[in-house]
Design a protein around this ligand. Sequence first.
Ligand SMILES: [Zn+2]
Ligand SMILES: [Zn+2]
Length: 272
Amino acid sequence: MSYRGLTAALATQHGKQRAIAPAFAKALGLAVEVPCGIDTDALGTFTGETARPGTMREAARSKARLGMAAAGLPLGIASEGSFGPHPFMPFLAAGREMLVFIDDTRGIEVVEEALSEKTNFAALDLTPGADVAGFLTRTGFPSHALVLRSGGRITKGIDSHAELGRLLAAAPEGARLETDMRAHVNPTRMAEIGKLARRLVHRIATPCPACGTPGFGVIRSEAGLPCADCNTPTTLVRNLVSGCARCSHENRQPRSDGREAASPAECPECNP
Ligand SMILES: [Zn+2]
Ligand SMILES: [Zn+2]
């Protein structure tokens, strides 16, 4: 069951081993190797020159497999991120991060994902009067790099005032500044990937109570938290369901914050 002393391939061109390797070393004794000569950008870029095929999970899986093939290892890790308006609070930006761990010796795939408002994801159209200074402050420039899109050209990894000034002076009308979401030039994103890596290794270190396979953890939630007044099931989460990466064993536990009832304001009967 142990991964101690083994090595997993991590396909990244953006230094993600800085955020991911320490968690794997500490919790599992599993080393991380970044194979050379792989092109993860071929599987999609944030700046859109290459569209990402399929779902985030499919993209992460392909990336992990690319690394495993290049390194000749049966263990692989990959990360995917996606950024846009928050699904529940559209005026906020949010980042969705996913980490996938593949173990071909056991035939399992273990996934962890998170949605976070901790992102600098933003864009600014360079119209006359645009608040460039405010944008730079808000996005954490220059510790967080920017992308300039002007005409058909995309300049990535802009991380100095001198370079930015030069590019802006030459930028045509209709140009646009965007945050660079690649992990090695975006410390906020790198930190979020590190957090997710700690959750993933915790999941990998948790064996299935039925078959002992690594990777047991929460796989979905169930709605139906009852109304405190009339007991009607609401759309609020009632239970968390944990599942195995290999067998069909599941167990159900109450939501983790200890809340046992929904308020009547959240009830379809009391507050239709
Ligand atoms: Zn009610
Ligand atoms: Zn199992």
